[in-house]
Design a protein around this ligand. Structure first.
Ligand code: TYD
Length: 206
């Protein structure tokens, strides 16, 4: 089973992912967690280039290719082997992020980014993607002042990111759940667990 958490920065994604993984482990599930970009040696190096603040010019298309390259390594080195061992993989961000941050918000063609990313991952798609959704004013307030390279792009960019996530999730009739992340952490988590449980039951009855 392959589960992804995604959404605009500041929506509480990491908190919800941690609560969810703890809940799965408490029930005795064998869970692997990873972060995109990251969780491989190559991925961590690419992550630094992409997210640390520096003066090296990186075009939007080059940025997209770097995120995608880190993802290829992650899928081949970590995700596929774990799924083959029947572990549950919970991944922090995935293809949606590239389609939205570099596509919808970065003015690259979302359709082309899907094509490249399906090629890059051997078309490995999650069983469920949770998109945590929150108004940008609230998200930016939560982020504070210590922003990484991508987070420093300002409110308009993030409005396009949010709308991109919402538009993209509408294109997927199943497997993508938009979660209202303005509620209390416990209420959000309950929603996530119920959806995951239903999906796990469906999977085990197949
Ligand atoms: P994130 O994964 O949220 O890490 P942290 O919780 O440590 O801030 O941050 C990664 C940043 O990279 C985030 O601003 C979104 C951005 N990003 C892209 O622009 N494109 C991508 O394909 C991915 C995976 C992330």
């Amino acid at each position: 089973m392959f589960i992804v958490f995604d959404g605009v920065d500041g929506a509480g994604k990491s908190t919800q992912l941690d609560m969810f993984v703890q809940w799965l482990r408490d029930q005795g599930h064998d869970v692997v967690t990873c972060k995109d970009p990251g969780s491989t040696e190559l991925g961590e190096q690419i992550r630094k280039i992409l997210l640390d603040k520096h003066d090296v010019p990186i075009s939007m298309r080059a940025e997209m290719m770097l995120f995608t390259t880190a993802r290829t390594q992650l899928i081949e080195q970590v995700v596929r082997p774990a799924l083959e061992k029947r572990q549950i993989v919970v991944l922090d961000r995935y293809i949606f992020s590239t389609v939205v941050y570099q596509g919808y918000a970065g003015n690259l063609d979302p359709g082309e980014l899907w094509t490249i990313n399906l090629l890059a991952t051997g078309s490995l798609l999650p069983d469920i993607t949770f998109i945590l959704d929150i108004p940008i004013d609230v998200a930016m307030e939560r982020l504070g002042n210590t922003l990484d390279r991508v987070e420093s792009r300002g409110k308009e960019y993030f409005e396009r990111v949010r709308q991109g996530f919402l538009a993209e999730s509408e294109r997927w009739p199943t497997g993508v759940e938009v979660i209202d992340a303005t509620r209390t952490p416990d209420a959000i988590q309950l929603d996530i667990r119920e959806t995951a449980l239903a999906c796990m039951q469906r999977n085990s009855s197949l």
